[in-house]
Design a protein around this ligand. Structure first.
Ligand code: IDP
Ligand code: MG
Length: 141
């Protein structure tokens, strides 16, 4: 799974109609899209996805936001996918994100920061499985 990461275009970016521009950044960045969905998570699903953050002060805000509207989970393939995608999106707070990153250009705040990217190969595998059946991922398995 080292060449796979899980991205999510978050509700703020979807509502702002930025999904096309973000997908273009992803494709121009050399990632292949191997799976895609458009879903609105329930609050319970969002809590499940972000289970690792349960108990943190922003957990309620985060899971309310992530279940507030449509999102696009994506399975992305590239050499060094996890690290390269984190580079493409920039750091968590868009105010600190490098020029030319997705969060710098499309995110409004620390909480509503346009995109998710897995932080390790182990978590990428779990996060892909959270949203996608194997049969719905092209050419990976
Ligand atoms: P990451 O998305 O860059 O990996 P994490 O620390 O894993 O950042 O946090 C998950 C998500 O939780 C962030 O992308 C952001 O949407 C939200 N978040 C993180 N820290 C805060 C905070 O201090 N206030 C509000 N939301 C936060
Ligand atoms: Mg994270």
């Amino acid at each position: 799974m080292v060449n796979i990461t899980l991205a999510i275009i978050k509700p703020d970016a979807m509502a702002a109609r930025h999904q096309g521009k973000i997908l273009d950044r992803i494709l121009q960045g050399g990632f292949n899209v191997r799976g895609s969905r458009i879903i609105r998570m329930s609050k319970q699903q969002a809590e499940g996805f972000y289970e690792v953050h349960r108990g943190k002060p922003f957990f309620e805000e985060l899971t309310a936001f992530m279940s507030s509207g449509p999102t696009m989970p994506l399975v992305l393939e590239k050499d060094n996918a996890v690290a390269d995608f984190r580079d493409l999106i920039g750091v968590t707070n868009p105010a600190d994100a490098a020029e030319g990153t997705i969060r710098k250009d499309f995110a409004a705040s620390l909480g509503e920061n346009a995109v998710h990217g897995s932080d390790s190969d182990e978590n990428a595998e779990k996060e892909v499985a959270f949203f996608f059946a194997r049969a719905d991922i092209l050419g990976v398995f």
